[in-house]
Design a protein around this ligand. Structure first.
Ligand code: MMA
Ligand code: CA
Length: 237
């Protein structure tokens, strides 16, 4: 009996050890784990998320602020540009470009677009080189500057073969050819008629059509009266 009791006691001890560890142990650490998660975590976790949220909000505000001011200044520039435009009517085309801003490229009405420029042939009476230069200038343009075969071909394509047109090329002295927009004069892109330039006293240049050499340049006296071609940069809105 006594041994049975002892056995029973032992069993109980064993059972309590065996089942107790299995049943209480997961409960005890679970409680402990909850305490660990909630006690130090309960003030820091929401605090961290609040901090992250605040930082995100701050970054979003900052980005929005920067974008807003960028757009604002862009708009100011466009407005200033529009004020500077002396032309009442523009023809614009929407550029198929990935560039987000300044999508529309415009030329004044009656001007012809080519590349990044607009071209205009004088409709008024013939004028000297200086008068022609002034006339272009009043329209926010300058006498045409030609830097490639493509440009030369485009320009001659819009001209009348029966008359001559002043271009923005000038002899600064001693056959020092200078473009009116200060871009360099390159011997690799010149379209002089055969035998031209031929006279040191002819310091201005026209583009005209000759039966033998077709379209080309000729140096002439600046006081001669001719039509002219004006050029300006396209306006981007
Ligand atoms: C001729 C020829 C040119 C010159 C002009 C001046 C008609 O062309 O000599 O080189 O510039 O005359 O009018
Ligand atoms: Ca000449």
């Amino acid at each position: 009996m006594a041994s049975e009791i002892t056995y029973a006691e032992v069993r109980i001890t064993n059972e309590s050890n065996a089942s107790g560890t299995h049943s209480r142990c997961p409960a005890a650490p679970r409680e402990k784990r909850i305490h660990h998660l909630s006690k130090p975590g309960s003030p820091s976790l929401p605090f961290t998320s609040l901090l992250v949220l605040f930082l995100l909000l701050a970054i979003t505000f900052l980005v929005a602020f920067i974008i807003y001011f960028q757009k604002y200044f862009q708009l100011l520039e466009v407005k200033k540009g529009i004020k500077d435009i002396t032309h009442k009517e523009l023809n614009c085309i929407k550029n198929v470009s990935l560039m987000e801003d300044k999508v529309w490229s415009c030329c004044p009405k009656d001007w012809k677009p080519f590349g990044s420029h607009c071209y205009f042939t004088s409709t008024d009476l013939m004028a000297s080189w200086n008068e022609s230069k002034e006339s272009c200038s009043h329209m926010g343009a300058h006498l045409v500057v030609i830097h490639s075969q493509e440009e030369q071909d485009f320009i001659t394509g819009i001209l009348n073969a029966d008359v001559g047109y002043f271009i923005g090329l000038l002899d600064a002295g001693d056959r020092q050819w200078q473009w009116i927009d200060q871009t360099p004069y390159s011997e690799s892109a010149v379209f002089w008629h055969q035998g031209e330039p031929n006279n040191v006293y002819e310091k201005c240049v026209i583009i005209n059509h000759r039966k033998n050499t077709k379209w080309g340049w000729n140096d002439i006296p600046c006081s001669d009266k001719h039509k002219s071609v004006c050029q300006m940069k396209k306006m981007y809105l």
